[in-house]
Design a protein around this ligand. Structure first.
Ligand SMILES: CC(C)(COP(=O)(O)OP(=O)(O)OC[C@H]1O[C@@H](n2cnc3c(N)ncnc32)[C@H](O)[C@@H]1O)[C@@H](O)C(=O)NCCC(=O)NCCS
Ligand SMILES: Nc1ncnc2c1ncn2[C@@H]1O[C@H](COP(=O)(O)OP(=O)(O)OP(=O)(O)O)[C@@H](O)[C@H]1O
Length: 235
């Protein structure tokens, strides 16, 4: 399985880029979407958040998590953010592993994982073959975040500060998509990277076929030798 992580900062353009991958037939596993599933009412993380943060971070009528209220708390306080991460991340990672296995059984051997906190949390780094960071200039990031989520400038900056600086993420990545320009620019960069990744994926496929053939050959020889010399007693 060829696993490509797509990371970046809040509102730097990850979803914009994952849409281009999806439109080109590449399956994408979205950690933000999974993070929403694992806190649905009644799920273990929902109970744990209630115990740790109290009723005030839930909507009274529906029982759903009040994301705005919880966001205000955790982006203001590094310790509370750590508590929320400790509750949600193990569940998120387990679901991601299951989704990867599902993709494998559906016949995909190239999957993109949208992981906003890949470098902050680091757990998934061991499984990833290539990393793409989507970046943009900080003032553009602030403006896009304010426009998209109706945050004040101070709120937007606080959320950006809760993550590793984008320059450091770019330094540790195999590919960088610079998303300060037009959507067309971003699409061109993404399609170029996709072509390179599809090429590397061919190499992975060839290695997989060689490995499977070698394993089949070795086990057939072992079976034949055992058949002739009866090394192992079948009784
Ligand atoms: C705090 C919550 C309720 C705020 O919800 P909200 O709808 O406002 O934001 P959303 O979930 O869409 O996240 C938007 C972006 O915020 C950033 N972000 C979210 N959680 C965190 C965090 N714990 N630390 C740093 N950045 C974060 C990511 O860049 C993410 O892409 C929510 O983000 C959450 O449950 N976070 C904990 C789970 C998590 O770490 N998710 C990030 C991906 S695994
Ligand atoms: N090149 C671009 N030109 C104009 N607007 C853009 C561009 N790229 C992204 N945007 C807009 O910026 C906002 C953030 O982009 P997007 O949702 O793709 O970021 P993200 O990294 O997935 O965010 P988050 O991690 O916070 O969910 C969106 O409203 C999107 O429409």
């Amino acid at each position: 399985m060829f696993l490509v992580a797509l990371t970046g900062g809040i509102a730097s353009g990850k979803s914009t880029v994952t849409k281009i991958f999806r439109d080109n037939g590449v399956p994408v596993i979205d950690a933000d979407a999974i993070a929403r599933q694992v806190v649905e009412p009644g799920r273990p993380a929902w109970h744990k958040i209630k115990a740790a943060f109290g009723e005030e971070v839930f909507h009274a009528e529906s029982g759903e998590l009040n994301r705005e209220a919880l966001g205000r708390i955790i982006f203001d306080d590094v310790e509370k953010r750590r508590v929320l991460n400790e509750i949600t991340h193990p569940e998120i990672h387990r679901t991601i592993y299951r989704e990867v296995i599902k993709c494998f059984f559906m016949g995909h051997n190239f999957v993109v994982l949208d992981l906003p906190l890949l470098f902050e949390i680091r757990v998934m780094l061991n499984y990833i073959h290539k990393i793409i960071t989507v970046t943009c200039e900080e003032d553009i990031q602030v403006t896009r975040l304010m426009d998209r989520s109706q945050y004040t400038e101070a709120e937007a900056k606080k959320r950006i500060k809760a993550q590793m600086p984008l320059e450091l993420k770019c330094e540790q990545s195999h590919f960088v998509i610079e998303n300060s320009g037009t959507l067309r620019d971003t699409e061109e960069q993404t399609l170029k990277i996709l072509a390179i990744l599809q090429d590397s994926n061919q190499h992975w496929k060839i290695r997989g076929v060689i490995f499977a053939t070698a394993a089949l050959l070795v086990s057939s020889i072992a079976w034949l030798l055992n058949y002739k010399y009866k090394w192992f007693n079948s009784n």
